[in-house]
Structures are given as C-alpha cells and as structure tokens.
Design a binder for this molecule. Structure first.
Ligand code: NI
Length: 226
C-alpha cells in the first residue's frame, strides 16, 4: 500500500531544516548504496554520520511519533535514521529496489526494510522534474508532494527519481521495519483502524466499536513481530 501522509512537518519546521541543509556539506550519493544502485544513482547526500543529519533526523522521527495517520499505516518497529538527498542539474536515480537489510548505525544490529519513506523538503513549484515513480501491480505512480508531506510505500517496489531539470529537489528518505511484515496484512489493519475511527466519530464507544477495537488488537497481537 502506498500512502500520502500530509503535514508531517509545519512550514516553519521545513524552513528551519532547509536553512541547516543548505549550509551543510554534501557528498556523492553512491556512498550508501550497493553495486546495482551505484550504477544508476546520481545525486548528493549528507554524510550518514554528520551532526546535521543526526539532529534533523531526530526531529523527523519525533514528528513521525506525533502523527497518528503515519503510525496506523506503518506500525513501525524500528527506523534507519533518516538520510537526506539533493538533486539538481539533471541529477536522477534510475530504477532500483532498495536493499532488503540495513545495518543500524552504532548498534551492530540490522533491520529488515519493510517500508520506504520520502519526506519532501522543497516546494514543488521551485523545481522541475524530480518525481518519484513507484511501480506496483496497479501501474506506475508519480509522486511530487508539498514541502513537509511524506510518501510511504512498500520497500519491495521498483522505483526511480526523474531528472531534476530546474532548481533543486531536497528530501529526507529512510526505511523502517514494521511490526507487521506482510504488506497485505498491514493494509488490512490500517483499513480496519480507519473504519473504526470513523465509526467511533459517528456512534461513539458503543458495544460494536468496542468489539471491533478488540478484534483489531487481537489481529495485531496474532500477526505482530514485537
Ligand atoms: Ni530507493
């Protein structure tokens, strides 16, 4: 399931991040990718361990923790600390699938990438191109979102970033391992959760909404890997 999660960051938060990012030192994006990716990746990134990346990444994770829609859709267990990339002057990233397992910096542990996230940190009218294209069984989806908005998609998806032909595209991107490994089960839980929220808004905590909430938690208990 792909999901657009609006307003992860406020306009003020985006502005502050851009000021810090525009002043930072960027490196070749091929530093964080395997062989297949390196052949098609043409962009720049903040070094993974830079102080700016770590500080802004922590702010993004805090913003995600405050967002109920993101939580319901992703059911996150663990995150790879957010990274940051920048495309300009025709830079692009050809078709690839993100690596399935990533090391968690500093912990010696590894994480399975279930979901990939891109958080847009620039206004769409400030650059041309730079669409994220995600391919799934329903076709190809083009994504270019307002600053502060996020797209969530299964890490099993083939995807690419179109060349940026004017201005600069600045984004944060990261991966997470979900409590629910299977995308179909996770999507069902999300739809159930959203339906319960709507029902509760309409009829309150009636016998039926309490029962459905119980079923939601029992399914989560049955399927989760926590
Ligand atoms: Ni990717």
């Amino acid at each position: 399931m792909m999901l657009h999660v609006p307003e992860i960051l406020s306009a003020d938060e985006v502005r502050q991040m851009r000021t810090a990012l525009d002043a930072a030192d960027w490196v070749d994006g091929r530093q964080t990718v395997g062989d297949q990716g390196a052949r098609v990746k043409h962009n720049r990134q903040l070094p993974e361990h830079s102080a700016v990346a770590r500080e802004l990444g922590a702010r993004i994770l805090a913003a995600l923790a405050r967002n109920p829609l993101f939580f319901a859709a992703a059911l996150p267990l663990r995150f790879v600390p957010p990274l940051f990339n920048r495309y300009a002057g025709g830079e692009h990233y050809g078709f690839h699938i993100d690596g399935s397992v990533r090391a968690l910096p500093g912990s010696g542990e590894q994480l399975r990438t279930d979901l990939s996230c891109t958080l847009f940190l620039g206004h769409p009218e400030d650059y041309d191109g730079g669409e994220l294209e995600v391919v799934d069984t329903y076709g190809t989806h083009e994504v270019k979102l307002p600053a502060g908005d996020l797209i969530l998609y299964p890490s099993t998806s083939l995807h690419r970033v179109q060349p940026v032909t004017r201005g600069e595209r600045v984004c944060s991107f990261f991966w997470l391992q979900s409590m629910i490994r299977d995308d179909g089960r996770r999507s069902m839980l999300f739809e159930l959760d959203q339906t319960i929220q709507k029902l509760r808004a309409r009829i309150g905590d009636a016998e039926e909404t309490v029962a459905l909430t119980g079923h939601y938690h029992n399914l989560l208990r049955m399927w989760s890997e926590v």
